[in-house]
Design a protein around this ligand. Structure first.
Ligand SMILES: CC(C)(COP(=O)(O)OP(=O)(O)OC[C@H]1O[C@@H](n2cnc3c(N)ncnc32)[C@H](O)[C@@H]1OP(=O)(O)O)[C@@H](O)C(=O)NCCC(=O)NCCS
Length: 122
């Protein structure tokens, strides 16, 4: 899914957009706060914008009693994983995938066993 700063927030969720990036999050049916998408303009990465966006969602989740804060991150996204770990989040989930012989799968995960989950208490 390409990043799209114009994507709206989910009906029960939130979106925070700045001049440098955006984050979209919302609750799930277990009371977690899920980060659906976040992105920082490449010209402004490494300056703390991503951390500020996540902190904004952390405050939003705490106000609503949502916990933990969770986000899925592809094992191929090394920068994203390093980012979440720098924020004190920890990988907690393993996702197993069966491609069901679909040729339309554009980018199958590199292994049948892929480590993708990252979560942290808010
Ligand atoms: C991941 C992303 C949001 C980080 O935004 P950012 O503004 O550069 O992050 P920050 O400057 O706030 O960095 C916060 C911490 O993460 C670390 N970090 C950020 N990107 C990193 C990278 N690529 N490699 C290693 N560490 C990284 C920083 O060093 C910093 O650590 P520190 O506070 O200990 O110094 C941004 O690179 C991005 O938009 N990437 C493309 C979209 C994406 O991957 N979204 C997440 C998908 S799940």
């Amino acid at each position: 899914m390409p990043f799209d700063p114009d994507r709206p927030a989910p009906p029960d969720g939130m979106k925070h957009r700045t001049e440098r990036g955006y984050i979209i999050a919302g609750p799930d049916d277990r009371g977690c706060c899920v980060i659906h998408e976040m992105w920082v303009d490449p010209d402004h990465r490494g300056g703390g914008e991503g951390r500020a966006l996540v902190d904004h969602v952390r405050a939003w989740a705490r106000e609503r009693g949502l916990s933990p804060l969770v986000v899925q991150c592809s094992p191929r996204n090394e920068g994203g994983r390093a980012f979440y770990e720098a924020l004190g989040m920890r990988a907690v989930a393993t996702v197993y995938q069966d491609d069901l012989n679909r040729r339309a799968q554009p980018q199958p995960l590199p292994s049948a066993v892929a480590r993708t989950g990252v979560a942290a208490a808010v």
